[in-house]
Design a protein around this ligand. Structure first.
Ligand code: SAH
Length: 371
């Protein structure tokens, strides 16, 4: 048996403590007095391992380590980009790899997390869907990405290095609705990381039914909707999910979200050369998003080799933006982070998996030397 398989077996059946309430921890560890359970909860929120829970007795730590892990997400590699962002590759207790991105800004620091391993949506430009869905992440695995990065960037729960969270990594958050909801509850908890809803964004490929359900849930985070094409035929080609939820349905669900929450909706629009960057597209996009507070985020495609689609040049993107602005639309052209470190969803995980396969192993060096 390979080392990796042994390690996987030894930790796969351990219960993660991260995000559990003190009561839930007490129920799992009847020997622990309730103040110990509260301490364990707060150590986990700080991103500490069981070994680092120094106010817990050594004996109890040893017992805990046999049955539990603090965080089900471990940092496997960190790749630093020349633009200041960092790509994190995480390893889960079953050996699966997922990725996240850390982006420092003037106003605070954002972490972008994954919600699934792989994705079922199979968008024609995206790396995450190339091998379909492997499995949903648990709410603790979504949360664990945030606490791991916060800790690695020098933060604690009380003094966070991560101020903003975007659910825009691999996966479709609304295809893993219940885990995403529990994650949002927990990350927002006063005695947890306490990240305010204002500082959280979720991006969806446009599952209109779940968008409406989410609008009714009472959560008021920023909703981003990946539109990417203003005509149904074109969008169905780029995003197969459009065969189920048509543009009119998606836009009306976005409008409903605004009406329910008062939050302006963001439409994501990835510009792909010769596909969706014509003047006619800009005009139709402006019509579609008129009449309620919306904002369009343009981004130039990060090319994914297997997908064969092309990134338009900066001039074409500026032109598209100018068209939208002429039509009175609120729009910005985002710079894409991490282009030199396989910034597009799912690219890095695929590359490292194929390298590991080629080498016949997944080593376990913890944080990588690429930092
Ligand atoms: N499933 C969700 C969230 C994950 S993707 C969604 O579809 O919104 C986050 C954003 O990155 C989406 O807008 C997605 O369309 C976009 N994206 C995916 N691959 C990309 C690529 N190669 N270049 C640019 N944007 C990409």
């Amino acid at each position: 048996m390979s080392n990796d398989a042994i390690e996987k077996m030894s930790c796969e059946d351990k219960i993660p403590l991260l995000g559990l309430s003190a009561e839930e921890i007490s129920a799992l560890i009847p020997d622990a007095p309730s103040y110990t359970s509260r301490q364990i909860r707060s150590f986990c929120t700080d991103g500490k391992s069981i070994d680092e829970m120094t106010s817990v007795s050594k004996k109890m730590r040893a017992e805990l380590a046999e049955r539990f892990v603090a965080n089900p997400v471990e940092i496997y590699r960190v790749f630093a980009s020349s633009d200041g962002s960092k790509k994190y590759l995480f390893r889960l207790t079953d050996g699966n790899l997922i990725e996240g991105v850390y982006m420092p800004h003037d106003y605070g620091n954002t972490v972008c997390v994954s919600t699934q391993i792989g994705c079922r949506m199979n968008c024609a430009f995206c790396a995450s869907g190339l091998d379909g869905l492997v499995r949903n992440l648990t709410w603790q695995e979504i949360l664990g990405q945030v606490t791991a990065v916060n800790r690695n960037e020098g933060g604690t729960a009380a003094k966070r290095a991560v101020t903003n969270i975007v659910l825009m990594g691999s996966g479709e958050p609304f295809d893993n609705y219940d885990n995403v909801m529990r994650f949002l509850d927990e990350v927002n908890a006063k005695d947890g990381l306490n990240v305010s809803e204002r500082n959280i964004s979720l991006s969806t490929s446009g599952l209109a039914d779940k968008m409406r359900m989410f609008a009714d849930s009472g959560k008021k985070i920023t909703l981003s909707v990946s539109l990417h094409a203003p005509f149904d035929e074109m969008r169905s080609k780029l995003m197969p999910v459009n065969r189920k939820f048509r543009i009119a349905d998606v836009v009306s669900a976005a409008r409903y979200y605004f009406e329910k929450t008062g939050r302006r909706v963001i439409f994501e629009y990835t510009l792909i050369a010769g596909e969706n960057d014509s003047d006619a597209c800009a005009e139709r996009l402006a019509e579609l998003t008129a009449g309620f507070p919306a904002h369009i985020n343009l981004i130039r495609l990060n090319e994914v080799k297997e997908r064969g689609m092309k990134r338009p040049d900066a001039k074409a993107a500026e032109r598209f933006l100018a068209k939208l602005t002429d039509y009175g639309v609120s729009a910005t052209l985002r710079r894409s982070f991490g282009a030199d470190i396989e910034g597009a969803c799912g690219q890095l995980r695929r590359r490292v998996l194929s390298e590991n396969n080629a080498a016949g192993t997944a080593d376990s060096n913890g944080t990588g030397g690429e930092q």
